[in-house]
Structures are given as C-alpha cells and as structure tokens.
Design a binder for this molecule. Structure first.
Ligand code: ADP
Length: 286
C-alpha cells in the first residue's frame, strides 16, 4: 500500500504499491546511484575523461594510479573504456579474473593496484566487443556492483572517450567525486573541455583539473622542450573556465616502452603532482 509518511498524494491514492509513482518519495527525484558491492568500501571515485581516443587517457589514469599507490594509497582502476580496454595490457595482466558467490575479484598489479576490465572477463581479449550502448552501460554498473573492490582510497575510472552512454551511466550510477579532462595540444581544447565541463556540471560533478598530454618532447641531446604538436593553449582555457591545470605530460618514450612491455607498474611519472595535490584535498575532507 501507499505509505503516507513519504508520499505527497497518499490521501487521494488508490494504488496497491508506490512503485513507479512520480509522487513516491515525497515527490523528490529518486537517486539513480547503483549499490556498491557489499564487500567494497571506496572513499573516492574519480573519472578520467577525454574528447577523443588516443590522447593518452589510459596513460594518465595508470600514471595517476601509480603515483597514488607509490604514496601509500589503496587504489583501483575500473577500465570503463570497454570497446578499447588497455589497462590490463599495460600492467601485463593476462588470464581471467576469479569470481565467487559474492562477486568478481579484481586482479592485482605488481604495485598493488586493483584492476577490473572487460579483458579480464573475456576468454579471448583479442575478440572485439561489438555490443550496443545499453549493454556496455550495464557492464559498467556490474563493475561497480559485482566487483569486490575491498577497501580503496581511490577508484580511478578510465572512461571511454566522448559523452556517450557509458560516461553518462558512470556519472549517474557511481558516486563520482570529480573528473580530470585529458587533452592534447592538437585538440580543439576549448570545445572538448567545455563539452566535458557541461556534462559533468549537469550531473553536479566537479572538474578537478585539465591534464595536457603530449605537451612537449625533451630533446635527448640538449634538454630543450620541443612543442611537437604546437603551442599549448591549456592554461588559457583553464584560466577562462576557472579550472586547474593539473599536469602537462611530455611525450616520454620510456612510458610507451613500459606500457608496451606490460611493465607499467615500474613507470614513474613526475608530471602529475598537481593532480595528486587536487586528490589529496578530497582526502583531507574525509
Ligand atoms: P587513450 O586511452 O586516450 O585512447 P592511450 O593512453 O591508450 O590513449 O595512449 C595511446 C598510445 O599513446 C599508447 O600506445 C600509449 O602508450 C602512448 N602514449 C600516451 N601518452 C604518452 C606519453 N606521454 N608519452 C609516450 N607515449 C604515450
């Protein structure tokens, strides 16, 4: 029966149940947040987004995860880039994740980062994922609800590029504390940042910072910084929108080498200290 303590139209209601009634919950919009796995305790969820593929979003996600892990934080990476997953390969994680009645166990990298990805669930990671948006979005919810993340300080979500079904589902279903937007100097930075900003703002999620990848190349002979992809406009855009520049990563062949060899757990990255500082501010509020 309708419950008069929560329902504004109880006196005139002849429904058997409140389910599906817009007046249920006192007319307040219902939360679309998905329930976390009973064995997970995650303090902060951070999204890493980009306007298009290939700008180094996974590289930034893994670099930030390494940095947090090296400072003693308990970190997980949810590889939500389901049609282009790259996190397991970067850390040399092969084979399938294990599961029990309670849920699926993430795999552990050599530097103790917990990882969940479609590539750890499919028998052949080379098979293309050719599922439609709603199935992809449902999988992301499962990564939250069915994965036993245990205790984490930070769960970094490597989002697919753009503003499609999966990013929307992540923003609606997970308690995202904030996002970092990754761009390259070649990008139409202003447009991409504004799109990501507006999407996040609609969901009341703060943009923690902009990270520029491929910013420059350090000449191995003279040490000069060469802006291979042109002059950076990231600071200009960040100032205009009142957002922090949380890092500028150069093209670093060492990072590609470690990533390609599946040894990214060894990668050190001194370029994301500002992003790390922005995350620490979240921790201080705990
Ligand atoms: P995205 O996740 O945006 O699609 P990736 O992070 O997979 O992009 O990066 C694309 C490719 O570029 C990968 O092979 C990666 O190793 C390489 N890469 C990304 N950023 C850098 C960098 N700063 N220095 C060197 N190689 C990089």
């Amino acid at each position: 029966m309708a419950d008069s303590s929560t329902c504004s139209s109880a006196s005139s209601c002849d429904r058997e149940s409140c389910e599906g009634c817009p007046s249920a919950n006192g007319g307040q919009p219902q939360s679309m947040l998905e329930e976390m796995n009973a064995y997970s305790d995650i303090k902060h969820v951070i999204g890493i987004v980009s306007g298009k593929g290939g700008v180094g979003k996974s590289m930034v996600t893994a670099s930030l995860a390494n940095l947090l892990a090296s400072k003693g934080y308990r970190v997980g990476i949810m590889d939500a880039d389901i049609t282009g997953p790259s996190i397991p390969r970067m850390y040399g994680l092969t084979g399938l994740a294990e599961a029990s009645e309670e849920g699926i166990f993430p795999r552990l990298t050599e530097n103790d980062i917990k990882v969940m990805s479609i590539n750890l669930l499919l028998p052949n990671p080379e098979d293309p994922v050719i599922w439609r948006g709603p199935i992809l979005a449902g999988l992301v919810k499962q990564f939250w609800h069915d994965v036993i993340w245990g205790e984490l300080d930070y769960l970094l979500v490597d989002m697919p590029p753009g503003t499609g079904d999966v990013p929307l589902t992540v923003f609606q279903s997970l308690p995202v504390d904030g996002i970092f937007v990754v761009t390259s100097p070649q990008d139409l930075v202003k447009m991409i940042v504004k799109k990501a900003y507006r999407m996040a703002d609609t969901m009341h999620i703060p943009v923690l910072g902009l990270i520029e990848n491929y910013s420059y190349l350090v000449c191995p002979d003279c040490g000069k910084e060469i802006p291979v992809f042109g002059k950076s406009r990231i600071q200009e855009v960040a100032d205009e929108m009142g957002i922090l520049v949380a890092g500028k990563m150069p093209i670093d062949p060492k990072l590609t080498e470690l990533s390609d060899a599946g040894e990214f757990a060894k990668a050190e990255n001194p370029y994301l200290e500002a992003a790390y500082a922005a995350l620490q501010i979240l921790s201080v509020k705990d």
